[in-house]
Write a protein that binds this ligand. Structure first.
Ligand SMILES: *[C@@H]1O[C@H](CO)[C@@H](O)[C@H](O)[C@H]1NC(C)=O
Ligand SMILES: *[C@@H]1O[C@H](CO)[C@@H](O)[C@H](O)[C@H]1NC(C)=O
Ligand SMILES: *[C@@H]1O[C@H](CO)[C@@H](O)[C@H](O)[C@H]1NC(C)=O
Ligand SMILES: *[C@@H]1O[C@H](CO)[C@@H](O)[C@H](O)[C@H]1NC(C)=O
Ligand SMILES: *[C@@H]1O[C@H](CO)[C@@H](O)[C@H](O)[C@H]1NC(C)=O
Ligand SMILES: *[C@@H]1O[C@H](CO)[C@@H](O)[C@H](O)[C@H]1NC(C)=O
Ligand SMILES: *[C@@H]1O[C@H](CO)[C@@H](O)[C@H](O)[C@H]1NC(C)=O
Ligand SMILES: *[C@@H]1O[C@H](CO)[C@@H](O)[C@H](O)[C@H]1NC(C)=O
Ligand SMILES: *[C@@H]1O[C@H](CO)[C@@H](O)[C@H](O)[C@H]1NC(C)=O
Length: 693
């Protein structure tokens, strides 16, 4: 607070040198505005996450954002993408944040940086590296020393990388966020927020504008804000934005009005109908906010894609699909929509007609059908390629340093079992139970963490193997369950109540290019040993399939239709383009950016873990020139794990945009209930109870 009064005094008596210097950015508490190079400044911004857009397309998307009349972009920094291995920092290619910032600057876009370290964003573990969970009793987003040490190392690496990109140093970054919606997290650890503030100021200087973002409820602002960090709010469509901004004024009686996340769309979950938010209402509410002089960041302006295994999940456990289209003004593939045009029309009223023309949407191709060939049984591939870790009791994915995708468990029967009950209640998140040999297995069913009954009836002979292929479907990215994110099998496994001991665990390497390496080594071995490979393709056991196709011309963006397949992961030329689960929906087609393809021969490979649906006819996969992310979800219970429980995540969409878009009270009440719920969840944990009391 003291700092702000001094700043005000400087402004009043006009000796605030850095406010008027060239390349300065600050807050004017007298005229309630940001001030840039000595002049009042207001941003109309859009969120785009560089990690969700192929880096070769950053220029195209930022160009389109500038052409929409925006003068700013906002991005999160996903820590876990930059530090996949503890202590090793990656700032290349898709992680080249400086390059992204330079392109933004080329289009005269200033940047609102949200470096977290926690980012939510429906991103795996809210952007936190999964290796944090290896520390005993880790309490993320608190002053836990193990957490703080990791955060300090990472933030030092990040800020060293980007400090030249600060506005004062000639770059585009005008503001830096501290944590993210921290008021929605039950820990309420002010020491942690102050540590982040101090760390940021020591690395970037104390003249950089720091801000916080929280839901527009006093309950959120309580634990999310600290002195010296400018408090902003976030909210969706409303026709009375002055009421929402009044909540910000409770914390910041002076300074600019800021909506840091104005929702242009909404997120999806597997098994839930695709979310849409009506365009006219988005544009009208934006206009009303801008008319108040407010700074608005649209979340999202382009959503993009959860390539690989980067999707997050909400609790009660529901993972988000591969597409993060978000019903945003630019589609997942960066295409112009009617929402884009209407938002641009509003932006023009305030910022004038942009100098640059709207670029054309990229060309799409309908490559049609590609025949698919069976390549091998997945268990067999894994067993002959990866060395297992042995243990008495099952290990988690974190235990074996294999954090994402799949893990295979192996147990060998020492006595026969008949109609016995295998209990897998510790499964995170979904398991396929198989019994047989390394080359041939029979499927005994799927166990999902959301199933009411996590048992399967099995039969096995002595010396046969039990294989359990477990998928980590994405770590929880929001709320009090952040620390409960271990994956694999997290408890003991029993048969008829008897404990199973002596396990092998195998991490399934499915990062980019792993599969190609995998194929080569496996094929070499197959030739050498002439192993009996049984075609389990038709029987519903996990397998690998592949097809090849040739492109005569320069590749174009396309969409891979998965409707003949059940559940798994797709690869184009070795690049993991994401998970598919068409019968859960709403996403049926996967976005394939042209940069994954090449002129000449291409491969499409699938890890199909449940069942191929094309046994009666020849198997193929089909490329389309249009997306399909809004398949209708049946409400008749025909899906295995339909969403029946009420979502607690920030209220569901119907609460985000209430009935007549006029009154936001419903959402605020929901928020308060959420906070109470989160606090209760934490108090249930006795260690936390002590910490809090
Ligand atoms: C505030 O705005 C008024 C009128 O626009 C202007 O005269 C004054 O210089 C501004 N104050 C500061 C501190 O910029
Ligand atoms: C942050 O810095 C201030 C001023 O240097 C100091 O008083 C405070 O103890 C620091 N807080 C933390 C949590 O490091
Ligand atoms: C794909 O398979 C179909 C049916 O088996 C066959 O008629 C067709 O020739 C195959 N296409 C290619 C390119 O191999
Ligand atoms: C597995 O272990 C063997 C023997 O120690 C070693 O030669 C081989 O390289 C290992 N394979 C992998 C994939 O680590
Ligand atoms: C759970 O399923 C098993 C079969 O897999 C069955 O024997 C058992 O009765 C079921 N339990 C409940 C509570 O439905
Ligand atoms: C598994 O059982 C063993 C022996 O009873 C026990 O020591 C261990 O804690 C159990 N593991 C889990 C994760 O419950
Ligand atoms: C292949 O699988 C089928 C069906 O599961 C089985 O009947 C057959 O014996 C297996 N063949 C070999 C060589 O294991
Ligand atoms: C899905 O989206 C397309 C394209 O926006 C639209 O034409 C179609 O009506 C939508 N289908 C459903 C079921 O909402
Ligand atoms: C999805 O939308 C369809 C069509 O509006 C509706 O019939 C169905 O009940 C919805 N499903 C769920 C799970 O909400």
């Amino acid at each position: 607070m003291g700092q702000r009064i001094i700043l005000t005094l400087f402004l009043i008596i006009g000796i605030c040198h850095f406010c008027f210097a060239s390349r300065s950015f600050g807050i004017d508490l007298v005229n309630d505005t940001f001030i840039k190079d000595g002049e009042a400044f207001r941003y109309i911004s859009g969120s785009i996450h560089y990690s969700r857009v192929p880096y070769q397309y950053w220029d195209d998307r930022l160009h389109k954002i500038a052409a929409a009349g925006l003068n700013a972009v906002q991005t999160y920094v996903p820590w876990n993408a930059h530090e996949t291995v503890e202590g090793v920092y990656d700032f290349k290619k898709q992680n080249n944040i400086v390059q992204f910032l330079k392109i933004a600057q080329k289009y005269d876009l200033v940047v609102i940086l949200r470096p977290g370290p926690y980012i939510c964003a429906e991103w795996e573990f809210g952007g936190l590296p999964a290796w944090l969970l290896k520390y005993p009793n880790m309490k993320v987003r608190t002053s836990d020393p193990n957490y703080i040490n990791s955060v300090k190392r990472w933030m030092t690496a990040l800020y060293t990388e980007i400090s030249s990109m600060l506005y004062k140093n000639g770059g585009p970054i005008i503001t830096v966020q501290i944590e993210n919606e921290y008021g929605s997290y039950p820990a309420c650890d002010y020491d942690y927020l102050n540590m982040l503030k101090n760390l940021t100021q020591s690395l970037l200087g104390d003249d950089v504008v720091l801000f916080s973002t929280d839901g527009d409820g006093d309950g959120y602002l309580k634990c999310g804000t600290i002195p010296g960090v400018y408090a902003t709010v976030d909210f969706g469509i409303t026709y009375t934005p002055e009421k929402n901004f009044a909540i910000q004024r409770h914390k910041e009686p002076h300074g600019p009005l800021v909506n840091s996340e104005y929702y242009t769309g909404w997120l999806d979950h597997w098994g839930q109908n695709h979310s849409t938010v009506p365009t006219t209402a988005v544009a009208k509410s934006l206009d009303l906010q801008l008319a108040l002089g407010a700074n608005v960041n649209m979340y999202m302006f382009e959503g993009g894609t959860n390539f690989g295994f980067w999707n997050g999940a909400n609790y009660p456990y529901h993972p988000v699909p591969t597409s993060y289209d978000y019903d945003a003004p630019l589609t997942e593939a960066g295409d112009i929509t009617d929402k884009y045009i209407q938002i641009r029309n509003v932006a023009i009223k305030y910022n004038g007609v942009p100098k640059i023309k709207i670029p054309a949407s990229t060309l799409k191709a309908k490559y049609g059908k590609v025949n698919i060939t069976y390549m091998g049984n997945l268990v067999s591939y894994i067993k002959s390629t990866v060395n297992g870790s042995m243990s008495t009791f099952p290990l988690t994915m974190e235990n074996i340093d294999h954090y994402y995708g799949f893990i295979l468990y192996e147990y060998q029967f020492t006595s026969p079992v008949k109609s016995s009950v295998l209990d897998l209640s510790g499964v995170r998140d979904r398991a396929h139970v198989l019994i047989g040999t390394q080359y041939n297995q029979q499927s005994y069913g799927i166990v999902d963490r959301n199933d009411n009954n996590q048992t399967v009836i099995i039969n096995a002979e002595v010396d046969e193997y039990l294989y359990i292929l477990v998928e980590n479907m994405g770590r929880i990215n929001y709320g009090g369950q952040m620390n409960e994110n271990l994956k694999g099998i997290i408890s003991n496994v029993t048969i008829d109540g008897g404990l199973l001991t002596q396990w092998y665990q195998y991490g399934v390497p499915l990062s980019d290019n792993d599969l190609d390496k995998y194929f080569n080594s496996r094929l070499a071995k197959m030739v050498k040993s002439a192993e009996p490979v049984n075609v389990s393709f038709m029987s519903g056991t996990p397998n690998i399939v592949r097809g090849t196709f040739t492109l005569a011309d320069e590749p174009r963006d396309t969409y891979l239709d998965m409707s003949m397949w059940t559940k798994g992961v797709a690869f184009i030329n070795g690049v993991n383009i994401g998970r598919y689960w068409p019968h859960m929906g709403p996403q049926v087609r996967l976005y394939v950016p042209k940069y994954a393809l090449r002129q000449g021969e291409n491969t499409v490979s699938l890890i199909e873990v449940e069942k191929c649906l094309c046994e009666a006819k020849p198997c193929y996969i089909e490329f389309y020139d249009t997306p399909l992310i809004n398949a209708t979800i049946p409400s008749d219970g025909s899906m295995k794990t339909p969403i029946t429980d009420k979502m607690t995540y920030r209220g569901d969409l119907s609460q985000n945009i209430d009935a007549n878009y006029i009154n936001n009270n419903a959402k605020v009440q929901q928020s308060v209930i959420q906070i109470i719920y989160d606090w209760l969840m934490v108090l249930v944990d006795s260690k936390w109870g002590i910490l809090l009391l």
